[in-house]
Design a binder for this molecule. Structure first.
Ligand code: NAP
Length: 277
């Protein structure tokens, strides 16, 4: 079984992004990403730092706006102001959100042209309609990895486990746009393994540590493990039991080092696309 190297894929994407940023800067535009951080927790702070560092490395300006413990009206005002600010090209609002605030409530206040992580329901609707839109970077990472690994998607049986607006649903839409035959499974799916075993490609986006084992995987399948589940010792594990599927799958993305780094690279590529206008 091959372990797919997400860090290498990320590096290759970022090389192109760096060149594109240089060209934009030479033409007088500094691509700028605004990161709104509405909660004060350690995992979020770590993730935001990693985005800021990656942005700086490729020449993108990252503007962090800390609004810890904010309210929905305050967040909406900030997102609307950033949407109107010509010096800002991309906007993300980091989750988790404060208690009582939902992404549905606030996502619609990010201008679609700057919605580089596909948080506005309009972006998801446009994606469903086959119109140009930013998809959430994690969903884009699923397809990007499969394409770079030269996994044929047209006509392929692809099973996605998870139907969130952030990962499962947009990943399924992007795979459908690549002409895959897509099955979406969720918590109410009967006999999950019977479905997942049909997948030449299996995408796991559940959020349950090592939930999918050898019985869930079709022999020779390519497995994309989106799950990031914290372990007691401070590490991360995916939704797939990698050791258990080793003798069944042809390839799998590791956690960490798989989907995560590709997601960050694609978020930055989206900022470049937004800055081009
Ligand atoms: P989510 O909103 O909690 O959605 C989880 C999905 O899994 C739901 O659709 C749910 O079904 C389904 N599900 C739950 N239990 C199930 C079961 N027993 N059998 C089948 N389906 C089940 O999570 P998310 O935001 O999509 O994130 C999914 C995972 O990806 C998490 O581990 C998250 O940390 C990770 N993630 C990683 C990245 C990255 O860059 N690597 C980015 C974002 C998220 P229902 O709809 O029926 O409830």
């Amino acid at each position: 079984m091959t372990l797919i190297d997400g860090r290498a894929i990320s590096k290759a994407i970022l090389e192109t992004v760096t060149a594109d940023v240089e060209a934009l800067r030479a033409a007088g535009t500094t691509p700028t990403l605004a990161i709104v951080v509405p909660t004060d927790d350690e995992a979020t702070a770590w993730y935001v730092r990693s985005i800021v560092r990656a942005a700086e490395r490729v020449g993108i300006t990252a503007r962090q706006i800390d609004l810890h413990g904010t309210t929905a009206p305050e967040l909406i005002t900030e997102l609307a102001a950033l949407s109107a600010d010509p010096g800002v090209h991309g906007i993300i609002c980091q989750t988790p959100l404060p208690k009582g605030v939902t992404l549905d409530q606030i996502g619609q206040h990010i201008a679609p042209a700057k919605d580089v992580d596909g948080a506005n329901p309009e972006s998801l609707g446009r994606l469903a309609a086959g119109l140009p839109a930013f998809a959430p970077a994690t969903a884009q990472a699923v397809v990007e990895i499969l394409q770079r690994e030269q996994v044929p998607l047209a006509g392929a049986d692809v099973v996605v486990v998870g139907r969130s607006n952030v990962v499962g649903k947009p990943a399924a839409l992007l795979l459908l746009a690549e002409n895959a035959t897509v099955t979406i499974c969720h918590s109410r799916t009967r006999d999950l393994a019977a479905h997942t075993r049909q997948g030449e490609v299996l995408v796991a986006a559940v959020g349950r540590a090592k939930m999918l084992g050898a019985d869930h995987v079709r022999p020779g399948a390519v497995v994309i493990d989106v799950g990031t589940n914290p372990t007691e010792d401070g590490g991360l594990v995916g939704d797939v039991d990698t050791e258990a599927v080793e003798s069944v799958a042809a390839a799998i993305t590791p956690v960490p080092g798989g989907v995560g780094p590709v997601t960050t690279a694609l978020l930055l590529r989206n900022v470049v696309t937004a800055a081009r206008g």
